[in-house]
Design a protein around this ligand. Structure first.
Ligand SMILES: [Zn+2]
Length: 313
């Protein structure tokens, strides 16, 4: 184990790994270290799956700095900026094929750029992880309040681990999603890997968002016995939301969310205003489900089909 430890001391702990996506090659930063305190579980942390969500990336780099000396048991893999083409374009999707890496699974070696990107992650890293913690937050046009996004997979051992995470990570709000919405959680659970998304930070509060991410990741490492328990493991009571409603734009135009977005919203309450570009008249947008507002679009261009607000209930 000291071999890896000494490597970490003497060199930059982040390696750039070259990957051929077809139209172009990219270089992805990867931190992959065996802890010097003994064998143990493998934790995979990814950030920048959506290329414009910066709080998670910031947190991932901070976490690498904290653990680069290998003071933990097991193996810690951190990919702090995964969707490099999206990051370069300041977009959540991959502009090489306009697909979202978070919606793509399991990928193929010789497929479209996003499929190649995901295939590399699945076969090189996700396949060996016990927990995959995917750091997200508000995108470049969004506001977000922190929450954990868990998935009900039906795999007993993974469900048990998910319950432990929900009990030990200090999160005010948890979404326990019955749908494997981004299609990865169930197949990964069958392979023995718990996948979940940590949502924190947005354009206005990237630093606070990163602090929250780092606390959550510490708790996950503690839960996996990679580090000893810390004070941050004292969990607050959480609200667990079992359902999600996405308010989507039904035409292209203008959108203005409420300036002071409430945490809770009632059925048929106004959440914002919208306008067609040929009309010049604003209309109220009302919500069809009462619940807690998790994230919403803040900027004013409205594109048909996009999410204007996500409500948990
Ligand atoms: Zn995201």
């Amino acid at each position: 184990m000291s071999f890896f430890g000494s490597l970490a001391v003497s060199k930059n702990p982040i390696k750039l790994v070259e990957l051929d996506l077809g139209p172009r090659k990219i270089q992805i930063p990867v931190f992959d270290l065996q802890g010097k305190n003994g064998d143990g579980k493998t934790l995979l942390i990814t950030a920048g799956m959506d290329g414009d969500e910066y709080a998670g990336m910031e947190a991932a780099y901070q976490f690498i700095e904290q653990f680069k000396m290998g003071d933990f048991c097991g193996r810690l893999i951190i990919i702090p900026c995964f969707n490099i083409p999206g990051f370069e374009a300041e977009e959540s999707f991959n502009p090489l094929d306009m697909r979202h890496p978070r919606d793509t699974f399991p990928g193929t070696a010789q497929g479209k750029p996003t499929e190649r990107l995901i295939y590399w992650l699945m076969n090189g890293y996700a396949s060996s992880a016990h927990i995959w913690c995917d750091l997200h937050g508000g995108g470049g046009t969004e506001r977000l309040r922190p929450f954990l996004w868990m998935f009900e997979t039906g795999e007993p051992s993974i469900q048990l681990l998910a319950k432990q995470i929900m009990a030990s990570l200090s999160a005010n709000t948890i979404v326990s999603d019955k749908v494997s919405r981004w299609s990865k959680a169930v197949p990964l659970a069958r392979r023995g890997c718990l996948y979940f998304m940590a949502e924190s930070g947005d354009r206005r509060c990237a630093d606070d968002g990163a602090v929250q991410h780092v606390k959550w990741m510490h708790s996950v490492m503690s839960l996996l016995h990679m580090i000893s328990p810390t004070l941050t493991d004292q969990a607050q009571p959480s609200i667990v939301l079992k359902n999600l409603h996405f308010l989507r734009a039904d035409f292209d135009g203008f959108w203005r969310p409420l300036q002071d977005m409430p945490v809770q919203i009632g059925r048929h309450d106004i959440i914002g205003m919208r306008m067609k570009i040929q009309k010049g008249v604003w209309n109220e947008v009302r919500i069809s489900h009462a619940g807690q507002i998790l994230y919403w679009k803040e900027t004013h261009r409205m594109k048909r089909g996009e999410i204007l607000a996500a409500i948990g209930y």
